[in-house]
Design a protein around this ligand. Sequence first.
Ligand code: A2P
Length: 330
Amino acid sequence: MKKKPNLALVGATGLVGTTMLKVLEERDFPFENLYLMASAKSAGKTVTFKGENYIVEELTEHSFDKPIDIALFSAGGATSEKYAPIAASKGVTVVDNSSAWRMDPKVPLVVPEVNPQDIQWNQGIIANPNCSTIQAVLPLKPLHDKYKIKRVIYSTYQAVSGSGAKGIEDLKQGLAGNDIMKAYSHPIAGNCLPHIDSFLENGYTKEEMKMVNETMKILGDDSIRITATTVRVPIFDCHSESINVELEKPFELEEVKELLASFPGCVVLDDPANNVYPLARQAAGKDEVFVGRIRRDFSVENGLNLWVVADNIRKGAATNAVQIAELLIK
Ligand code: A2P
């Protein structure tokens, strides 16, 4: 891969797409040419990036006839399903933020701090995991390596920004007293909705099963037993997660705290005596995953409880995708 690739951004006008542009600029990502793509609706719009004006193009089957090296996709599952293989067939390496390709055995699912080696076997598409999964596997990786994880119970408290502009609108309007429901089946203001993505026949939601299946794939171990309950809460930014872990080997709490604090991308905020623990408002706009309330679960042998908070649009989507692109050109 070239050190200064030709870069395309598909879904450049969306919530994640615009954050990707911000992250590319902040991290000074090197590129030769940049192409911004979206639906026909946005074609012709001007977007300013690093002081230059770019015209948004409509995504078509011919968009990748140009010499593009890397394409960051964040335009929904249907768009990725159709256009990622077209791009890959023309030699583009796609970093796809949708759920369309994540569980395909030919597609690596990558969190750069956890399984960077997996990008090596990509065949043109690399998947960016679900936002809730990304922030969970960062603290789980060093625990799995040192103590081997037997079982995980996820309970999530997820922000409306995960539903895009419609979710944000539902909460804004709801807080102003108008119970609109563009993104959800019920009003989100004043509610906790135990319903993220659609329901499956097994009684779980797709979001819950994404957390289960993606965690096993990223950690490369399908023997870990995992269950999840994912909940949408009236918060604009950042997902918070209670993660209960059962480990095979005994551990010392101090050792766990040191292990998590020294893992790249993880920050331990854990001083209950001074009311210090990870909070959504403090994690917003940051790229790190914050871990606190680190304590023993006395109800099982080698049990551990964690409270994990991260910005779902940044580390949970845009930043992780840009980090994958950085790995590609390294
Ligand atoms: P557009 O703004 O032209 O609709 P969000 O998740 O915030 O709703 O953003 C979705 C992104 O995906 C937007 O940039 C949107 O472009 C883009 N998008 C949606 N559908 C398509 C499509 N069929 N082809 C190309 N881009 C699409």
